[in-house]
Design a protein around this ligand. Structure first.
Ligand code: GYE
Length: 324
């Protein structure tokens, strides 16, 4: 009995090892063609960041002369899975997927893999325990979200001399930028005894949801001196909530966030937002370049990380025109 279990376990180990190696070697290739049909599965279109990303993908597809089949999951992970299935059924040559959440999109990644269609994750990642680059999908292209959270936390520590009572507005539950921006920020804050996170709650990356959550949390914690939002839209919602509560954003309460959208840079210029770490939505050039390199037979690294800038009162004005 014990012997059989051991044998089974050993066989299983060998099998897993071998299949992983084989899969890496025969991850689906792209056929040689003069032009390709790509699928782009977007998660939603409810903020300037998403609109800028979609515009960048469409513009680049046109520039390189590829057909782009575009789907919009309207904030539903379940719809996004069926969107990917429909892209597969339409016989696209490659899929660019923005996985709305880390786990619910795993079936979509695996479906593309089974269909032999290369898939590139753009802007958001999937759970690394459940799917691997070079095995289950080609690569991930996007920002280092942990580092974004760390950079904002370090700015806040510096600006407040290590003394702050913070409300945190999280992104969409289960989304990789929400998980990682929280991780990076909270890790730095924990190292400073004068910094406390009073409350942390999701505002779904949406401006008005951010406003409502900020309003409720400010009522529960009138002693808050800082708000960290996982994106600019929620920070702008929080600024509106502060003003509605008769508080001065930037003076009574310091607000900081991530993305670097135009409205946020304007809010920095107006003194209402303290800082924002850039997270570029302009994926078109790098996404298509990576796909073209892969089509030519080049080896693609398991992840391609964007370089992000950082905006505060020292440089918001000079960057306003180029912001999305
Ligand atoms: O920060 C936010 C958007 O996935 C990195 O999602 C992206 C985030 C971005 O809705 O504004």
């Amino acid at each position: 009995m014990l012997r059989r279990t051991l044998l089974k376990a050993a066989a299983g180990t060998v099998l897993i090892g071998a299949s992983a190696r084989m899969a890496f070697a025969d991850y689906p290739k792209m056929k040689q063609k003069s032009s390709y049909k790509a699928g782009f599965a977007q998660s939603e279109s409810n903020n300037p960041w998403r609109l800028a990303e979609t515009a960048s993908m469409k513009a680049e597809a046109q520039k390189v002369g590829w057909q782009l089949v575009y789907t919009d999951a309207a904030s539903s992970a379940a719809k996004e899975v069926s969107d990917v299935n429909s892209l597969i059924a339409q016989g696209v040559d490659i899929i660019f997927l923005v996985p709305r959440e880390e786990r619910p999109l795993i079936p979509a990644v695996m479906a593309a893999r089974r269909a032999g269609i290369p898939l590139i994750l753009i802007d958001r990642a999937v759970d690394p325990k459940l799917a691997k680059p070079g095995v289950d999908y080609l690569t991930f292209i996007g920002s280092n979200f942990v580092q974004e959270g760390q950079r904002v936390a370090e700015w806040l520590v510096k600006t407040t001399n290590g003394q702050a009572k913070i409300i945190e507005l999280e992104g969409s539950v289960g989304a990789s930028p929400a998980n990682d921006r929280k991780k990076g920020f909270d890790e730095v804050i924990k190292q400073h005894p004068g910094m406390t996170i009073l409350a942390s709650q999701s505002g779904d990356f949406v401006r008005d949801t951010g406003r409502q959550v900020a309003q409720t949390l400010l009522q529960a914690h009138p002693d808050a001196t800082a708000i960290y939002a996982h994106n600019d839209e929620m920070a702008l919602g929080a600024i509106a909530a502060l003003e509605a509560a008769g508080k001065k954003p930037g003076k009574d309460v310091i607000v900081c966030s991530i993305d670097g959208e135009k409205d946020a840079l304007q809010a920095i210029i107006d003194g209402k937002l303290g800082a924002t770490c850039e997270c570029s939505p302009r994926f078109g050039p790098i996404a298509f370049e990576t796909a073209m390199r892969y089509a030519k037979g080049e080896t693609i690294p398991p992840q391609i990380i964007n370089k992000d800038r950082f905006f505060d009162a020292s440089n918001a004005k000079e960057n306003l025109d180029s912001a999305f």
